[in-house]
Design a protein around this ligand. Structure first.
Ligand code: PEP
Length: 252
């Protein structure tokens, strides 16, 4: 089955009011009418409205990098899924390795957030991936299996159409070190098999699995050419129009 590729940019805690609008404007001009590939950018919360405005009338969606699992109330510093919808977000990234390992998010918390994001009508990029020491200890399959199984606990088959899994080996994020296409393909195929066990093989064939970890214009075509790699979640190289467009154009 051929799945439509989905390439998304995660700006992390980067950019400014001016640069976010400038870069988004450049992306809208260069990539706004692409429709062979789904595209999205996830800016920091505060720059989302400017990016939504810059992408108006284009095919590029906007997402957030995180959300909280309550609608509103006494949760100082948090942002709800409803607020994200309210300002024009279509997507939210959940379970990013920096949320897991820098900010202490657990599989259970991520599962709670995924369920809430689904009920808010957001589409989710659900990140999983092993640490370097886990890969070295041959635990990649065990770690990714646990993260996927726990993260998707009690999530219905129907809801899975709103979820993209992003396999992001932590050792390859922001390090310049990329998984080889063989390494990525192996984990993607294993993950697709797991979705087949958790749900069924039809859903396993339909679910999109992005790769993330130092994707650049120079390595994107090879990684995205793997049969089970259905797109990319791009950090550093999504911060400039040139690099992000280079990645997208390499698969068009
Ligand atoms: C990411 O932010 O999810 C990521 C993969 O970053 P980078 O592309 O910079 O490794």
């Amino acid at each position: 089955m051929s799945r439509k590729l989905f390439i998304a940019g995660n700006w992390k805690m980067n950019s400014s009011a001016a640069s976010s609008v400038e870069v988004a404007g450049g992306m809208a001009a260069q990539l706004g009418s692409v429709d062979a590939v789904d595209l999205a950018i996830c800016p920091p919360f505060v720059y989302i409205p400017g990016v939504v405005e810059a992408f108006k009338g284009s095919n590029i969606g906007v997402g957030a990098q995180n959300m909280y699992f309550e609608d509103n109330g006494a949760f100082t510093g948090e942002i709800s899924g409803q607020m994200l919808k309210d300002i024009g977000c279509r997507y939210v990234i959940l379970g990013h390795s920096e949320r897991r390992h820098v900010l202490g998010e657990t599989d259970q918390l991520i599962n709670t957030k995924i369920k809430k994001a689904l009920s808010d009508g957001l589409e989710i990029m659900f990140c999983v991936g092993e640490l370097l020491e886990e890969r070295k200890a041959d635990q990649t399959t065990a770690v990714v299996t646990r993260q996927v199984t726990e993260g998707l606990k009690d999530i219905s088959r129907d809801a899975m159409s709103s979820i993209t899994i992003a396999y992001e080996p932590v050792w390859a994020i922001g390090t310049g070190e990329t998984a080889t296409p063989e390494q990525a393909q192996e984990v993607h195929a294993m993950t697709r098999g797991l979705i087949g066990e958790l749900y069924d093989s039809e859903l396993a064939q339909a679910v999109r699995i992005q790769y993330g970890g130092s994707v650049k214009p120079g390595n994107a075509a090879e990684l995205l050419g793997c049969p089970d790699v259905d797109g990319a979640l791009v950090g550093g190289a999504s911060l400039t129009v040139e690099d992000f467009a280079g990645i997208v154009n390499s698969v068009l």
